[in-house]
Design a protein around this ligand. Sequence first.
Ligand code: AMP
Ligand code: MG
Length: 357
Amino acid sequence: MIPRSAIAPLLLLPMPLLSGCREYLRPATREWAVMGTFAAVSVPYGDSAKLDRYVLEARQFFARVNHTLTVYSPSSELAAVNRAAGSEAVRVGNLTGEAIAAALKYAGLSDGYFDPTVAPLVQKWGFNDGTAPSSAPSPHEIEAILGRTGFAQVRLSPAREQDRPGNWQVELALPGMSLDLGGVAKGFAVDRCFERIRNMGASDVMVNLGGNIRCSGTARPDRPWRIGVRNPFDNSQMLGVLEIPDGWSVASSGNYERYIMIDGKRYTHIINPRTGYPVAGMAGVTVTAATAVEADAMSTAFFVMGPDEAQRILPRLPGCQVLFVKDEQPPVLWITPGFGRLFKAEPEFAESVRLLH
Ligand code: AMP
Ligand code: MG
């Protein structure tokens, strides 16, 4: 099943039909399935003749990223890195090297709340090819697995000039370690795809991979790109609408996106790397940031750390803005001031917005 995304491009709004006003038709979009989710490219209506070329580029690029970084196929570069854990360094190409570098960067910036070495825990809890457990793992089991996690145990050396093209070396220091780039790969891929499409001459375009979105220019001459933020408790309802400034990105993480039930209790797919347990108490997080990789990694990290820790970390990430919805009723929308400047809550949530300072 294709997981639903917490954010939806607002491309289907009714068009203004006031006489005397210039009429703009809705943006043109093409969507397809990839990386266990969907991808889409949109351009303003007037640019629709160019869309086929951008879609072809994006399709080929996302397919290549998937082939290189998937943990679901033994022939991916990432799978080779994981197989060699605790024994040797593996040579990888630029895509893998740069994706791992991005994951490690945000692991450091988030004080390890984002950690790509949570893979064995993610699997223990039944996600990403793991076997769904019939009962919750014991604290003893979790403790043992935590012993083979930790992003400080990933040794990555960048490509050397004489090694071109693309020879990075990566080594996982502990036996049984493995990397999971599920919290960052889509945002990483969106940024790379966005650069490629802009280099083809696009000035107004939206690239979307499973709700990891980056926008250039505007949706229409009179209107920025806009995203609907879904209510984490009711997929059919919007919390509000977020404007995306030129060049900016948005991503969400949610407890409803993927989860398993064990003994009648729901466990989400995002793991707290400090405890080894799935995060409880958070329903959804939406992040807007200058790049899609930052929005992707930090939405996962903020989902784990919650608003109090986020306020300590945010000064390290200039421009990054967040919305938190905790797993409680009635829902409260905790937002940073900069998020508030771009976000308009739906009338029924207008009274539920609270500012984080
Ligand atoms: P996202 O939907 O971007 O929040 O990413 C969630 C995915 O990232 C999960 O399905 C796991 O594959 C992986 N993941 C889970 N917990 C973490 C974590 N604390 N840090 C990094 N990646 C994680
Ligand atoms: Mg993420």
